[in-house]
Design a protein around this ligand. Structure first.
Ligand code: GLC
Length: 566
């Protein structure tokens, strides 16, 4: 452990803990002991391996690159890593098209590199969950190669096949993700049937009605559980059950990708069976579901009665615009929907599928008429305020690599675009240092990073930010330290408080252990009512300052976020 004042009151590298502070004093080395399961207490950090760090200089990130930077993640203060796919893949969907679930693609390393990464992460106290892609495989997977070899092949029924209609139209009106003009079906000419693919044609859907598929995919879980992973992020988990007759989507929603609509009862029993596989292992291996449905109500059902996913991503929050009203509504609805079920929320601002939140919020502000200079001025401050909210809500936060550097999306010209879903921007490689390529190849010998680096790489590299106490990176670190030191922020109750327009006010915890979180989503100073400026409140954290100010302020600065100890 570092010797920081973990209450955040000193907040400077190397400063001694506050011996007289009730937070520091109360805390044993390593943070307060909690009885909550580890995944409720943890902050996860998503790694998109292609863009994290490149150890072998081929322009694509790899497992050794991740291993080389584990100490940086410990320094930052996260508890668990989620690794996006690193399996063998033709990369039609950059790894979400798996051709061997039980091997590492050579571009990322090999199984020995994975074992070394896992062992070192564990030795450093980091848990590791990995992506598991149950709904589809690559069309180059040996299962699909066999399935498509003839109508009577051994694996034919492992995928979803339908006869062509007489009029040559697809078997139903489902739309695939990525290309919204494309049906979720492709004809396989050699065997003259359509096969289903909710995503790219190179990602045929598995048929989970087939017991052999269930057994094979459970074996994949066991393969990685036996190697010691701490759980899985299960890709579009809600799609593994489909109505047997594959009915048309209703006209009102036709045109929306079917993967955002598919919500079928049989899926729940399939998830319970998956959960049993995990529960057969010691140490609470966690199942995090990507339940890509658009209401928290629908997502909540996939927690079951504590016997399906441990946690699910909550898309209404990810897609909420940066306004106090919308966030207040999303928080209220999430708590009201999940708490009665005993279901534990997750909070995500960015991931590998959506524009980064700093980019999203800037674009939205411009659309609302904010002038360019103001957007530039407010941009990072807004991202800092949003991070403060993310890390103070009740639930498990997931950070996406690079948000701690305040990265924007990479700018991708049409010639540079690679992803079938147009998601290259948020996948720009991380700038590590101040060298010419910021830790990535620079064209010497013809090798370039697989995507362009994000803008501002010249002053947002991790090495420089680490040295600057005022950087957003050090702000994330202070926030994570404070969260770790305060049970109220980790597991305390959440109450939404009345607040002036544009301000979010939350109380976490109760009694002497509570704190007040104030987030100004506007670009103006806002005067605080007496109830939000408690006379004996102390500022534990300010999004725009390195050190604390002594007493509770009477106003919030533009785009400022504060955490007050009460
Ligand atoms: C999930 C992944 C996304 C992928 C899709 C198909 O939504 O997050 O990246 O393209 O599933 O596997």
């Amino acid at each position: 452990m570092s010797s920081l004042g973990l209450c955040g009151l000193t907040g400077q590298n190397g400063a001694a803990p506050h011996l007289r502070c009730r937070y520091c004093r109360a805390m044993p080395a390593g943070g307060p002991v909690s009885s909550a399961p580890w995944w409720r207490d943890a902050v996860f950090y998503q790694i998109y391996p292609r863009s994290f760090a490149d150890a072998n200089g081929d322009g694509v990130g790899d497992l050794d690159g991740i291993r080389a930077h584990l100490a940086d993640l410990v320094w930052l203060g996260v508890d668990a890593l989620w690794l996006s796919p690193f399996y063998r893949s033709p990369m039609a969907d950059f790894g979400y098209d798996v051709s061997d679930h039980c091997d590492v693609d050579p571009i990322f390393g090999d199984l020995a590199a994975f074992d070394a990464l896992l062992a070192e992460a564990h030795a450093l106290g980091l848990r590791v969950i990995i992506d598991w892609v149950p709904n589809h495989t690559s069309d180059q997977h040996p299962w699909f190669l066999d399935a498509s070899s003839s109508r009577t092949s051994q694996h034919r029924d492992w995928y979803v096949w339908r006869e062509p209609d007489e009029d040559g139209t697809p078997p139903n009106n489902w739309v695939a993700a990525f290309d919204l003009t494309a049906p979720a079906w492709s004809v396989h000419p050699a065997t003259d049937q359509w096969y289903l693919h909710l995503f790219d044609p190179a990602q045929p859907d598995l048929n989970w009605d087939e017991p052999a598929v269930v057994a094979a995919m459970h074996d994949v879980l066991r393969f990685w559980l036996d190697r010691g992973v701490d759980g899985f992020r299960a890709d579009v988990l809600h799609t593994i059950g489909k109505f047997p007759d594959l009915p048309d989507d209703p006209p009102a929603v036709a045109g929306i990708p079917h993967c955002a609509l598919n919500d079928v009862p049989v899926t729940h029993e399939r998830i319970r069976a998956i959960r049993s596989v995990l529960d057969g292992y010691p140490d609470e291996r966690v199942l995090v579901g990507e339940i890509y449905l658009m209401t928290t109500d629908a997502i909540a059902t996939y927690y079951g009665t504590g016997d399906e996913v441990h946690m699910a991503f909550n898309f209404p929050a990810l897609y909420a615009p940066w306004t106090a009203d919308r966030w207040r509504a999303v928080i209220a609805e999430t708590m009201a929907t999940l708490e009665p079920r005993g279901a534990w929320p997750t909070w995500v601002l960015s991931n590998h599928d959506n524009p980064r939140h700093r980019t999203r919020y800037d674009l939205a502000a411009r659309r609302r008429g904010e002038d360019a200079a103001t957007t530039t001025r407010r941009s990072e401050a807004r991202a800092r305020a949003a991070a403060t909210l993310l890390l103070t809500l009740r639930g498990t936060p997931f950070l996406y690599q690079g948000e701690e550097l305040g990265l924007l999306d990479a700018e991708i010209s049409p010639e540079q675009a690679l992803d079938p879903g147009g998601r290259d921007g948020c996948r720009g490689p991380l700038p590590w240092d101040g060298s010419v390529g910021h830790g990535w190849p620079t064209g010497v010998g013809g090798t370039e990073p697989w995507l362009p680096l994000p803008p501002e790489a010249e002053f947002r590299d991790r090495a420089a930010q680490r040295e600057d106490p005022g950087s957003i990176l050090n702000m994330y670190r202070r926030l994570l330290q404070l969260r770790r030191s305060l049970p109220a922020l980790r597991t305390g109750d959440l109450e939404l408080l009345d607040a002036p327009d544009g301000v979010l006010a939350l109380r976490r915890g109760a009694g002497a252990d509570s704190c007040l979180i104030l987030i100004n989503t506007t670009g103006e100073d806002v005067e605080l009512p007496a109830a939000l400026s408690p006379i004996d409140g102390r500022v534990l954290f300010a999004s725009d300052q390195v050190g604390p100010t002594a007493i509770a302020p009477v106003s919030l600065g533009a785009d400022q976020a504060l955490i007050l100890g009460l």
